[in-house]
Each structure stands twice: as structure tokens, then as C-alpha cells.
Ligand binder design. Structure first.
Ligand code: SIN
Length: 284
């Protein structure tokens, strides 16, 4: 029987008593979907999913965002992005170092994906955990004067500047990429489209700037907000077991991958990414 248990006081729901490959009834799915919106991340342990089942389960939450230029998409199932240090025939099969700063996925895009579902296939015995932070809780805890000050501000995010932080193992952006990747700006206080709640969205440990604000004023404000957002009281560190699924709401959560010994151990994770469009009748 479906059971929804808080992971910590401030973030996440542990979804128990389900086999996602068997399918969830519409009413169970609605409870799970609501818990995702309300608590920003969902954990489902002990699942044995094929890539096709992973895609099918993801589609209940919305359409899949397929990376069009990623060499790390699964060859048979391009909807799945591989995060791994494994190699086949001497070539990496996945992105080995991505996401090791606090971020929400695709924050450098004008229309970022709404969520991601990460599935653990192989995990190291130690390390390779993922941190999650609840940005509703972070916003709610801000002093009123700070809330007033940031209410209408926008943060400017540069994809070019992000690259070495988000993907330290990838080459620097080419001149073509630099020309193509325009900066984007997003509200510092994001109003979630489905819940109407406010979330603090100031990007990761990257020195973003506030639109229209002098650098000497912007840098301390952004740095303060970034540090405030990821205090232990708003966060949860997940230590993976094979078969774990973690789904995060990109509109209200940030996350950060951590290091592990890449020589001694392997880590193989499959990720699907969700656009803002829902596809199921249950979603209506
Ligand atoms: C990510 O999607 O940012 C990576 C998370 C992880 O590998 O733990």
C-alpha cells in the first residue's frame, strides 16, 4: 500500500509500498505528484527498472526533455542521459563530473526543464552522494526586509561562465557556443507555476549578478543568498543504493553532486529530464 513519509522536516517525501514498473493507479499517482510539488523531492527505493520503464514512469510527470547534442545520451534510449565514470572501448559512456556545484538543471536556459529523475544503477561504496535543498523553505526563512529587497530582482545567468563550474571535465566553450549562448535572466524569487509558492532561485556557487545592480552591491547580495539557501536546515544529503529513484522539482529545489574515487569505484546513473508540459490525464 502506498505510504508517503517525510525524508526530513524540511525536504522530501519517501514514497513507500510501490513498484513503479507495475504502474500506479491515477489516485495514487495524484498523491505522489502532490507530494513532489509540496516537498520538492521524491525518493523511491528498491526499484528495478529497465530504461523503457524509466522513460514510461517519467512521462507520468511530464514530457521528456531530450538533450539534442549530448554524446552521453543512451544510444538506444536517447531520452536517458548517462552520468557515469565508466568507459567502453576506452571511451566514457557518460558525463563523469557534472553538477558538482549547487544548481537547478538548465538554469542557464530561458525555459529550464521543470524536473529530473535520477536512477541509481551502480554506486560507489562511499562518496557520490547527492545534496538537495528546498528553496521554498529557504525563501520562507528569509527576514522580511530581505524578502522585500529581492522581491522584483532578477539574476543574470551566463551559460558560458557556468560551463567550468557545471562541467569541469568538458572543454571550454567554443567561439560558436559563446556566440550562440546568450545570457538569460530569471527572477530571484520564483513563483511556482503549479503551487503558487515562492522559492529562492539564485543559482549555484557561481558568481551570478543581479540585473541592473552595480557589482559591488550585487556580489555580496548574491553570495549571501546562495549561502543562506543551502544551510543544513533546508537540505538533505542522499546516499545512494542501487535501485533508488530520486525525482526533484527544478522549480523549487537545488541539488549538488559530490565526489567519489573515480579510479577505485564506478558510478552509473540514468537521468531523465522533464519539460514543463504534462502528458497524462491524471495530471489535469
Ligand atoms: C545532476 O543531475 O546534477 C547530477 C546529480 C548526481 O550525479 O548526483
Amino acid at each position: 500500500m502506498l505510504e508517503l513519509v517525510p525524508i526530513t522536516e524540511s525536504i522530501g517525501t519517501d514514497v513507500r509500498g510501490v513498484d513503479v514498473t507495475a504502474g500506479l493507479s491515477d489516485s495514487d499517482f495524484e498523491r505522489v505528484y502532490r507530494a513532489w510539488l509540496d516537498t520538492t523531492i521524491l525518493l523511491v527505493r528498491g526499484q528495478d527498472m529497465t530504461p523503457a520503464q524509466h522513460i514510461e514512469f517519467t512521462r507520468r510527470f511530464g514530457e521528456i526533455y531530450t538533450y539534442t547534442r549530448s554524446q552521453f545520451n543512451d544510444q538506444e534510449y536517447p531520452e536517458i542521459l548517462i552520468l557515469s565514470n565508466k568507459k567502453e572501448n576506452g571511451k566514457p559512456i557518460g558525463s563523469a563530473y557534472s553538477g558538482r556545484v549547487w544548481h537547478s538543471d538548465g538554469h542557464f536556459l530561458a525555459d529550464p526543464p521543470v524536473g529530473s529523475m535520477l536512477y541509481a544503477r551502480e554506486v560507489p561504496p562511499v562518496g557520490g552522494d547527492t545534496w538537495y535543498g528546498n528553496m521554498y523553505a529557504a525563501y520562507d526563512a528569509l527576514p522580511e526586509r530581505v524578502k522585500e529587497r529581492i522581491e522584483d530582482l532578477r539574476v543574470v545567468i551566463s551559460r558560458v561562465q557556468s560551463r567550468p563550474y557545471n562541467y569541469p571535465d568538458r572543454p571550454a566553450p567554443t567561439p560558436e557556443e559563446r556566440a550562440e549562448w546568450a545570457d538569460v535572466s530569471h527572477p530571484v524569487v520564483r513563483v511556482h507555476e503549479e503551487t503558487g509558492r515562492k522559492a529562492l532561485m539564485v543559482g549555484g556557487n557561481v558568481p551570478w549578478r543581479i540585473e541592473g545592480m552595480p557589482e559591488e552591491e550585487s556580489l555580496p547580495l548574491v553570495t549571501f543568498l546562495q549561502e543562506f539557501a543551502v544551510q543544513p536546515r533546508f537540505t538533505y544529503r542522499h546516499t545512494w543504493q542501487p535501485g533508488d529513484i530520486l525525482l526533484w522539482d527544478n522549480r523549487s529545489a537545488m541539488h549538488r553532486a559530490t565526489y567519489y574515487d573515480h579510479v577505485a569505484h564506478t558510478r552509473l546513473m540514468h537521468r531523465t529530464t522533464i519539460t514543463g508540459r504534462r502528458t497524462t490525464a491524471a495530471a489535469a
